[in-house]
Each structure stands twice: as structure tokens, then as C-alpha cells.
Write a protein that binds this ligand. Structure first.
Ligand code: UDP
Length: 502
């Protein structure tokens, strides 16, 4: 059961209590990393933060949380671990790692998470050291946190590391029934209710968690939507100045307050802590040594995040495209050991041929550290929102290569709204489609050349990316929008005389 070190009340006079946020993140790195960053940010601004999760989740972020708690600022953050009841949820023993979970057990996994509610609530009520929680901040995939908050008698905010643009597009497509009567999942449809024309297909934006062929999934998606609609507000890892109209429209459409607090990756001041974000074993020194030897702005960084695994055929086409582009590249191949001997031999051969010009990182790269190195000039991304925002924060143009979920909408945002991206032209998600989608080497080569090359269009993308980076940095400084929103959260969700609840 949960173990935590005692953390002080934050206020010695006993008349008011510091805000105490209980984070309930999802054990999946694209969700977990920004949730932990947000908790650390709130703690920096005076709140107490408890992060609740399974042992496997805690193992991924314990080094970050412990460093923040033990560091010179001694932030009031703690991790509470609760084991899953595998048997009760019909889940194989040890299967609580969302990255490796078998789709056949996905529903059981969410069921097992929901079973955490009672022990978490009991612990927070009866055993946890003070202060008593004042607000639950839950990942949208943990709808059961609404019952946790109700049981504790406190408000609940939902947390998204998503752009306001993508959640607004999805919300409008659903509330205006934009796909009603559209038989063809690949037919173009204009997103209703926006100031600009954005065209998507149902395959690209099927509805939040909709169209997934797993039994009972629709019921889970309904539960998640209900919990989102009934939240007391939203914390988003985005920057208001980057998308002001979409932040405002989403808040209005949902009828709830939206606190934008991004880019949360900027929170990390310390190089070692930043480099180990998401993975304590990342070899930052090797990446930095290699980057130090490259010209400023010359390297294209290539990564598809923490979930996407390219097929062996795609791996080869991508590698040959990067080689043909003639540009230096740092390519992260996730889970490289899982490829067959042929694909592994291809990577070895490529690394040999491009030695000095290309670096293949097998496994995990310290992404934000790499992106902020002056040698990096562009990013080939799958358009996960964290990666997209991290590219913006580093002032980099992107080659957009969406695979699933909100990534197609993030691509629209990067290419059409922000004007910093070149698409490789993928039009269908790779999940649940019968045919194999492979982007050919020539397309990769062309997209990399156009993002990394000279010329007016490429310069324009770079200039806009730099302008956005300046806005992102300003947002987290004192007086900036994200900074002000963090202060507001800490104030509103404290129970002091000056605090007001939403
Ligand atoms: N990331 C990293 N190193 C890697 C791969 C990913 O640090 O080798 C981090 C990346 O910086 C980002 C997160 O993992 O913060 C991935 O989130 P994103 O939303 O981009 O994609 P997802 O993994 O959810 O598809």
C-alpha cells in the first residue's frame, strides 16, 4: 500500500492550508512525463503534490520526483504506489506497463486501474500525512478519478497533454455530427465551428477513443467522455499565445475553465534531470558528444515517440531516405532489440555507411536535451503533442508523420495553423487498417531536404518556429500566461481565506 514521506502543511499558522493536488496520471510516457512535470511546476509555486500510480509507473519517474524532493529547493512532491489487483481485473500478473500491454487485455488494464480508487481514497483519507487533498488532477484515461474526487469531497481537473486546437476540432466534429451520413472513412470533411478551413477524415479523427475494435471499448470511451464533461476544469500542456482562439473556444464549448501551463518541459533547469526525463538510462553524454561535432542547425532529429514501432519495411525506407537526404541525422529507433536479424543488420550497415554523418540511437534519447542543442535544425516527428510542443519550444521546423490518435490534428496544427511543418503525406492511421502503410525513401528524402534546406519557404518555417519559441519561453517567465495560470491554480485550490474555489 501507499508509502510516502511526511510533507509539511505549507502554512504554519494553521489558519489556511496549501493547495494539495493529487495527480492520477496514466502509465504511458506521453501522458506520464508531462503530468509529472506539471506536478513539479505546481510544487515550485507552493502547492503540495502527490502523484498516485502503480509500482511500474513509479519506477519510471521516481528518479525525477526524488531529485525534485531532495534537491536544494526540496519540493513538496511525493509518489504513492499502489499495486494493481491483477486477479480481480482478469489481467496477467505484471501486465501493468501500458507500453507493452497486449491489446487483448486493454480493457482489463483499465479495469485494474479503476480498482485503485478504493485503496487510494482510503489511504488519502486515513493514512496519508497532512495536508488533506484539495484537488484531484486526473489523466483523461482515468475517468474513475471523478469518483475518487467525489469521495474525497474535492474538485477535479482533467489533465491533457494535447493542443487546444486538436481537442476543439475533435469536440466540434462530435458535437456538430460532422461525420453523420459520411460512409467513406477517408472522405474529406470540414471541421465545423472554426475560423479557418481545416479538412479531416473520419479515419484521422474518429472521435476521442472511438472506432477501436476492442470489446467494451465504446463503454469505456463513453465513461471517459462523461468524466471529461463533468470535470471542474482542464489543465493543458500548451501555450495560450500559440493558439489563443482555440484555447478560448474550447473553454467556451465545454463551459469550463482551461489553465494552459506549457511548455511544461521548460520546468527542468538542471541538465542531468532534464536528460533523464522519462528514462534514467538515457545516454545523454553520447548524444551531446556527437552533436558537439556538428555544424549549427545542420542535424535533423528523427523520433516517433514512446509508442510507435516502425515495421521492418518502414525502418529500411526511412533509413535509406535519411541517408539519401545528405543531411546529418540523429535517429532514435525505439525498442531496436525487438527487430529481426535482417533489420538489425540493416541498422548496423547504415550506421557504418553514414558514420560521422548519422547517429542511430537504439532505445531512448534525451529528447528535450537533444532538441535544444544548437546543432539540431529540424525534427522528423510522429506529431505526438509533447514532441510537437517540444519542437516549437526549441524553435525547430518539423517533418510531420502522424500515425494515430490526435497526431493527424497535431499535423494540421503544425503545417496549416503554425506554418512550421512539411508533411510526408500519410493520410490514414496505421492502427487497425488492413493494408500496410509505408512511406517510401524518396518521400522521406524530399521532406527532409525541404525542411532542412535553404530557400524562402524553409526560411519562413524557421522564422515562425523561432517566433513561437520566444512566445513559449515568455509564457513560463514571471508575468507570462502559463506562469500566471500556475499561480492561479495554487491560489484557487488552496483553502486559505484568500483562496476562491471554481
Ligand atoms: N521521448 C524522449 N526520448 C525518446 C522518445 C520520447 O525523451 O527517445 C519523450 C518526448 O520528449 C516526449 C514523450 O517522450 O516528451 C513522448 O510523447 P509524445 O506525446 O510526443 O508521443 P507518444 O509517446 O505519446 O506517442
Amino acid at each position: 500500500q501507499g508509502q510516502a514521506a511526511a510533507i509539511g502543511n505549507g502554512d504554519a499558522d494553521g489558519t489556511k492550508q496549501a493547495a494539495h493536488f493529487v495527480f492520477v496520471p496514466l502509465n504511458e510516457l506521453g501522458h506520464l512525463i508531462p503530468a509529472v512535470d506539471t506536478a513539479l511546476l505546481l510544487a515550485t509555486h507552493g502547492a503540495v503534490c502527490t502523484i498516485v500510480g502503480t509500482p511500474s509507473m513509479a519506477a519510471r519517474v521516481r528518479h525525477t520526483v526524488d531529485a525534485a524532493a531532495a534537491g536544494h529547493s526540496g519540493l513538496p512532491v511525493r509518489l504513492l504506489e499502489f499495486p494493481l489487483d491483477y486477479a480481480a481485473a482478469g489481467l496477467p500478473e505484471g501486465a501493468d506497463d501500458a507500453d507493452r500491454i497486449d491489446p487483448a487485455y486493454m480493457i482489463n488494464f483499465y479495469r485494474a486501474l479503476a480498482l485503485l480508487r478504493a485503496p487510494v481514497e482510503r489511504h488519502l483519507r486515513e493514512h496519508a500525512p497532512p495536508p488533506y487533498p484539495t484537488c484531484v488532477v486526473s489523466d483523461i484515461f482515468n475517468p474513475w478519478a471523478s469518483e475518487l474526487a467525489a469521495g474525497l469531497g474535492v474538485p477535479r481537473l482533467s489533465f491533457f497533454s494535447m493542443s487546444a486546437f486538436s481537442v476543439l476540432c475533435q469536440h466540434n466534429l462530435e458535437r456538430f455530427g460532422a461525420f453523420a451520413g459520411v460512409e467513406d472513412a477517408n472522405a474529406p470533411v470540414v471541421v465545423p465551428g472554426l475560423d479557418r478551413k481545416i479538412v479531416v477524415t473520419r479515419a484521422q479523427a474518429p472521435g476521442f477513443l472511438r472506432g477501436i475494435p476492442i470489446p467494451e471499448w465504446e463503454a469505456l470511451a463513453d465513461y471517459i467522455e462523461r468524466a471529461r464533461a463533468e470535470a471542474d476544469g482542464v489543465i493543458m500542456n500548451t501555450v495560450t499565445e500559440m493558439e489563443p482562439e482555440y484555447v478560448a473556444s474550447y473553454a467556451a464549448a465545454r463551459g469550463m475553465k482551461v489553465w494552459t501551463v506549457g511548455p511544461v518541459s521548460l520546468h527542468h533547469q538542471d541538465a542531468a534531470t532534464l536528460a533523464s526525463r522519462g528514462n534514467a538510462d538515457a545516454d545523454a553524454a553520447a548524444c551531446l558528444r556527437w552533436l558537439d561535432g556538428r555544424d549549427p542547425g545542420s542535424v535533423v532529429y528523427v523520433s516517433f515517440g514512446s509508442i510507435v514501432q516502425a515495421s521492418p519495411k518502414q525502418l529500411v525506407e526511412l533509413g535509406l531516405g535519411l541517408e539519401a537526404s545528405g543531411h546529418p541525422f540523429l535517429w532514435v529507433v525505439r525498442n531496436a532489440g525487438a527487430y529481426d536479424a535482417e533489420a538489425r543488420a540493416f541498422l548496423d550497415g547504415l550506421q557504418e555507411r553514414v558514420s560521422g554523418r548519422g547517429l542511430v540511437v537504439r532505445g531512448w534519447a534525451p529528447q528535450v536535451t537533444v532538441l535544444s542543442h544548437p546543432a539540431v535544425g529540424g525534427f522528423v516527428t510522429h506529431c505526438g503533442w509533447n514532441s510537437t510542443l517540444e519542437a516549437v519550444t526549441a524553435g525547430l521546423p518539423v517533418v510531420t508523420w502522424p500515425h494515430f490518435t490526435d497526431q493527424f490534428l497535431n499535423e494540421r496544427m503544425a503545417v496549416e495553423v503554425l506554418g512550421i511543418g512539411v508533411s510526408v503525406g500519410v493520410t490514414e492511421p496505421i492502427t487497425f487498417v488492413a493494408k500496410e502503410i509505408v512511406v517510401r525513401r524518396g518521400v522521406v528524402e524530399q521532406a527532409v531536404r525541404s525542411v532542412m534546406g535553404a530557400g524562402e519557404e524553409a526560411e519562413g518555417r524557421r522564422r515562425r518556429a523561432r517566433e513561437l519559441a520566444a512566445k513559449a519561453r515568455a509564457a513560463v517567465q514571471e508575468g507570462g500566461s502559463s506562469h500566471a495560470n500556475l499561480l492561479d491554480l495554487v491560489k484557487r485550490f488552496g483553502t486559505g481565506p484568500a483562496a476562491s474555489q471554481v
